[in-house]
Design a protein around this ligand. Sequence first.
Ligand SMILES: Cc1cc2nc3c(=O)[nH]c(=O)nc-3n(C[C@H](O)[C@H](O)[C@H](O)COP(=O)(O)O)c2cc1C
Length: 214
Amino acid sequence: MNSEQLERMGFVEGDVVESIITTLSSDQEFNAAPMGVWVHPDHQLIIRPYEGTQTASNIQDVGEAVINITHDPHVFLVTAFKEELSSSPQFEFESAITVKAPRLAGMSGYLEVTVEPKLVEEDTPRYRELLCTLQHIEIASPFPVVLSRARCAAIECVIHATRVRAFHTIDEATTQRLVHRIDDLRTLVNRIAAKSPAAEVIQKVIEMLPRWTK
Ligand SMILES: Cc1cc2nc3c(=O)[nH]c(=O)nc-3n(C[C@H](O)[C@H](O)[C@H](O)COP(=O)(O)O)c2cc1C
């Protein structure tokens, strides 16, 4: 792996990077979903798709993925809630360079990887840790991007909402806790960046919540 490039992109040992993982199914269908990428010693990249996700099944079948780099909370929202938001503007796929898995158009960088199952923790049956082997790095947008509390908060809301969707039938207390966290983040963003695209993402999350909380 080109560890210097990875480090400059923000893949720092011990940390987890939020990305969009694109994959190909055995039926040649493209898929995109937000997933964390863990950076282990020696700059090894690990992903942890939960059992039952399309990403887990595509990787099991095809063994390839693209780690798409973006800081845009809207991309996290629409790839996490593909069915729920199928009527809003979607994302576009394009061909990758070295793998058959697609990538998303317009991202700031791409890591094309082959993936092999590597069971790191045997007592976590809900997901497997999968080791990625880097095939190709592409820096699509070398322009610096500023840090924004509102964008970080919006991405945090999207991940909380994916957990509300997953837990609402099995754990009422966790669901309530997550709903409160989303509300706190909404309050923050409405105070500091009420008219931002990040605030719009949070508003869309709030509008979806009654599907799982009523
Ligand atoms: C920022 C963020 C990070 C996420 N990380 C993971 C992850 O590491 N593993 C996972 O299984 N799901 C993760 N999720 C939830 C999935 O994106 C979500 O369940 C999605 O609907 C799975 O889509 P799929 O079935 O098309 O693969 C994350 C969501 C967000 C917003």
